[in-house]
Design a binder for this molecule. Sequence first.
Ligand code: 13P
Length: 251
Amino acid sequence: MRTPIIAGNWKLHMNPEQTIEFVNAVKGKLPDPSKVESVIAAPAVDLYVLKKTAEGSNLHTGAENAYFEVEGAFTGETSPKVLNEMGIDYCIIGHSERRGYFHETDEDINKKAKALFANGVTPIICCGESLETREANKQDEWVVAQIKAALDGLTEEQVSKLVIAYEPIWAIGTGKTASADQAEEMCKTIRETVKDLYNEETAENVRIQYGGSVKPANVKELMSKPDIDGGLVGGASLDPESFLALVNYQD
Ligand code: 13P
């Protein structure tokens, strides 16, 4: 049985003071992690206080990006090794904003996945097509190619622990959610791809999130789909009440 995982992606929002305030507001009200795993992925500058404030609570922590080297002359980057030393559980990689604005390639994302696993941090690997690709009905081959490239050389054991987030670019921050059926269809395709690349057991273990305008009002329907194991949430994760409504969707 896969444990559902709802993760907030704060993107470039929130400072350390706001982070402390947010965590204190949600701390005692999060679901048991055996039922739903609650994660906040925050900007690197907030991670230290995020982790410290979350200590002893059901909140898991994540970074929004990391580099594939652990140290050296790489100005401005974040080390996967230091994330692990800080006790950060997850790291989002390959978000469409990083692919688009920061020119990250499939190869970079694959290297980052390997570096994170090598340092004990679980990657949340993002994939998803543009509106143009969907309108050309090429979304399946696009996403399958992204997944194949991202997973290249990863072991069965690693992929079993992995989280994959399907985020169609046209649904991010637009208020335009993919329908639950569209989201399910792609999450199922991703699981089948993992099955083809590995085996049935690995495909059953990998957790697949949907992301793109997930809100308290649509989370339940999305989570009712058999291949959707969670949500990666931008805007609706910035407010404590809204985040609590998302992670407590089973109530
Ligand atoms: P929104 O929930 O704001 O659409 O953002 C989705 C996203 O990109 C999460 O990573």
